[in-house]
Design a protein around this ligand. Structure first.
Ligand SMILES: Cc1ncc(C[n+]2csc(CCOP(=O)(O)OP(=O)(O)O)c2C)c(N)n1
Ligand SMILES: [Mg+2]
Length: 402
């Protein structure tokens, strides 16, 4: 996904809050347990083996003294580091954890000891792209359940292991890490993984969105950004459809805001999807003062469609000519379209302009009005460079100038 990509770097938001998680362990006073919001539970734990969970507050700081309740009746309290070491239940299955007094719950699967057994560290799944400043997960075998017994290095620098089990690690990258591809290595108790690599990127949107944001996702290729954001459990709520049907997002965002007026609501649509559903819902947002942040991921393309079509290797692929999916001519002015329906907005043409634009959107929203950000993004995949489209003029086939 990318709100905006240039070269190999993807610019979105960045989760500044997690800098605090890193520093909280140093000299700042411990955050109050009442601020606890996010439960980090390894998504896989192993029957009868140790595991570590972590709790973060609304600012992303590790939070001590927080009670975590499990659906099997177990109860834990986070220690001075904002984490809690526990032994996984013996019966395989799924259990849920939740921060006492909060509604969100987080699932973890209990694997049997035989499923997770391995003499050496095996890494089975890692993100290809991860945020420079947010946590990411590594799945595999033979990690240490005590989070601090694991050593994870990224580009040779030590990362923090926030939560862990023999089957999963939740890792926060080192603060000095630079964007780009970096080698990752894991070791614990004299066991070592083979080296693998991930691309680390700076994110803008994620940092700007409060943990109680309702995120209404009606995009196609833009969905690639979802794994880089934090959803579920005690974090943001994600609204989407099962099958890939487009054109409902902005109207749905209206409904979500009506249902949850005290939570921030962000609607994300592709430029194609905007045209299927919009701009009428913007009129309703303006008419009924529905303060929603509308984001259009504008790559001037049915980007995923082109990738799907060209993947068959047919005539378009062979000629390099995109018959239908380039939609940048005429170039739709989404800010003007929003304005015509009574919604303010602006175009974001450079990654560096995104953070300030989100800030302006949030100020208008705080005043009770919707806002639209037309964020220019890259096309990617096969045929991304093609802006060719068939020239056909109905005017030219006329025999009378009527
Ligand atoms: C109602 C509807 N019409 C058509 C489609 C087929 N379709 C799937 S993706 C797509 C293009 C979407 O373009 P955009 O929203 O810009 O997404 P991008 O792939 O560029 O991210 C189309 C037409 C669909 N999924 N739903
Ligand atoms: Mg598009």
């Amino acid at each position: 996904m990318s709100l905006h990509c240039r070269g190999s770097a993807i610019f979105l938001t960045f989760l500044a809050v997690f800098f605090f998680a890193r520093e909280a362990t140093a000299q700042q006073p411990a955050p109050a347990a009442s601020g606890a919001r996010i439960l980090l539970l390894p998504r896989r734990i192993v029957s009868g083996e140790r595991a570590t969970l972590a709790v973060l507050d609304v600012n992303g700081r590790l939070t001590p003294g927080v009670t975590v309740n499990f659906s099997n009746g177990d109860r834990l309290t986070t220690d001075v580091t904002g984490r809690a070491l526990f032994v996984a239940p013996l019966n395989p299955g799924v259990i849920f954890g939740s921060i006492a007094g909060r509604t969100g719950r987080v699932a973890t699967a209990i694997l049997s000891a035989s499923e997770a057994a391995s003499a050496s560290i095996e890494v089975s799944s890692t993100p290809r792209v991860a945020s420079l400043t947010d946590r990411f997960e590594i799945f595999g075998k033979s990690f240490c359940g005590d989070a601090d017994a694991n050593q994870v290095t990224i580009a040779g620098q030590p990362a923090i292991v926030l939560a862990s089990s023999p089957a999963a690690l939740v890792v926060l990258p080192p603060s000095e890490l630079q964007p780009g591809s970096a080698a990752v290595e894991v070791s614990c108790a004299k066991r070592h993984s083979s080296e693998f690599s991930a691309t680390f990127v700076g994110l803008e949107l994620e940092a700007a969105l409060a943990p109680d944001t309702c995120y209404v996702c009606d995009v196609d290729s833009g969905k690639a950004m979802d794994p880089l954001m934090s959803f579920g459990g005690a974090d943001k709520t994600y609204f989407s459809t099962g099958p890939n049907i487009l054109g409902w997002g902005m109207a749905a965002a209206f409904g979500v805001k009506v249902a949850r007026p005290d939570q921030p609501v962000v609607s994300v649509v592709g430029d194609g999807s905007f045209c299927f559903s919009g701009p009428q819902p913007l009129w309703s947002q303006a008419r009924y003062r529905v303060p929603v942040m509308n984001i259009v991921l504008n790559n001037r393309s049915y980007n995923n469609e082109r990738n799907r079509i060209w993947a068959f290797g047919g005539r378009q692929f062979k000629t390099g000519r995109d018959m239908t999916c380039y939609i940048g001519s005429p170039d739709v002015d989404y800010v003007k379209a929003a304005g015509a329906f009574g919604v303010e907005g602006e175009a974001v043409k450079e990654p560096g302009a995104l953070k300030a634009a989100i800030g302006r959107a949030q100020r208008v929203i705080a005043d009770g009005r919707p806002y639209l950000l037309d964020i220019h993004t890259q096309r990617d995949g096969i045929g991304a460079a093609s802006t060719w489209h068939p020239v056909y003029s109905v005017a030219d086939i006329r025999t009378r100038r009527v």
